[in-house]
Design a protein around this ligand. Structure first.
Ligand SMILES: NC(=O)c1ccc[n+]([C@@H]2O[C@H](COP(=O)([O-])OP(=O)(O)OC[C@H]3O[C@@H](n4cnc5c(N)ncnc54)[C@H](O)[C@@H]3O)[C@@H](O)[C@H]2O)c1
Length: 255
């Protein structure tokens, strides 16, 4: 097998696949031979990613689903398994930014949305993906936490709490299912050039320079640099990685 076909004949789900890190991971899974379920609330976005994958000879199934909705997540797994017959990998990655307010001023809705999408959403994905992966003979799951899963950030209590929760959930799920042939890990990215970050920077070079300066490497990441780590954790090259929180942050959290 060549290094560009680590996932030949396999099936992967990627959530948040319309944009940023999820889009990069979906395209990379497809380049390496996987059929990919593209999950997002942005239907035109996932349809565009599906067209790119199919134009390159790959297989993709766009799935419109809100990962905070239990029935939608159950149906998402059914749709992907219905189309491709099996499921081996999942990258549970969908995310949102919060209201950007200190806790006493944070709208309850911002808290509920952040926890709903990024913590309950990861729980629901695990809940419905795990039986399908076991039924397919095993595989691997990667959840997206953040540098904000490791340290606090003022004004981001909803986001920080959800991302800390993802690390605990990943460790627990890893212990529960490693004996069933599923390795479960998470990634903790630093700032990456995605839609949520571009929206925040609003094309202002000074804003990008300021964020870049917080990372000892002196720049922000491109989405591929984060996606590559998620794919490696799914691959057989990571066969002894279980319950790990992989930091990919240009040195941000070691300062
Ligand atoms: N970009 C960064 O700097 C950074 C850093 C650390 C962690 N992260 C995490 O990486 C993940 C990917 O984010 P990104 O940076 O690529 O941002 P992005 O905004 O480009 O992509 C996020 C995707 O998630 C989708 N999404 C949002 N809510 C959803 C829901 N309820 N159901 C299904 N899909 C939904 C969006 O439509 C979007 O396509 C997120 O979990 C984010 O918290 C990003």
């Amino acid at each position: 097998m060549t290094s560009t076909a680590r996932f030949e004949s396999k099936v992967a789900i990627v959530t948040g696949a319309a944009s940023g890190i999820g889009r990069a991971a979906a395209l990379a899974f497809a380049r390496e031979g996987a059929a990919v379920g593209l999950v997002d609330i942005d239907l035109p976005g996932i349809e565009a990613v599906a067209r790119s994958i199919e134009a390159a000879g790959g297989r993709a199934e766009p799935v419109l689903a809100d990962v905070s909705d239990p029935s939608a997540v159950s149906a998402m797994v059914e749709q992907v398994v219905g189309r491709f017959g099996e499921l081996h990998y999942a990258f549970n990655n969908a995310g949102v930014v919060g209201a950007g307010a200190p806790i006493a001023e944070m709208p309850v809705e911002s808290w509920q949305r952040g926890i709903g999408v990024m913590l309950t959403g990861v729980f629901l994905c695990l809940k419905y993906e795990i039986p399908a992966i076991i039924a397919s003979g095993g595989g691997a799951i990667v959840n997206t936490s953040s540098g904000a899963g490791l340290i606090g950030f003022p004004g981001m209590g909803d986001y920080v709490a959800s991302k800390h929760g993802v690390i605990g959930l990943t460790r627990t799920a890893a212990l529960e299912y490693v004996g069933s042939g599923i390795r479960i890990n998470c990634i903790c990215p630093g700032t990456a050039r995605s839609r949520m970050v571009e929206d925040w920077m609003q094309g202002d070079p000074a804003a990008e320079a300021q964020v870049a300066g917080l990372h000892p490497i002196g720049r922000i990441a491109e989405p591929d640099e984060i996606a590559h780590a998620a794919l490696w954790l799914c691959s057989d090259e990571a066969s002894f990685m279980v319950g790990h929180s992989m930091v990919i942050d240009g040195g941000y959290t070691i300062q």
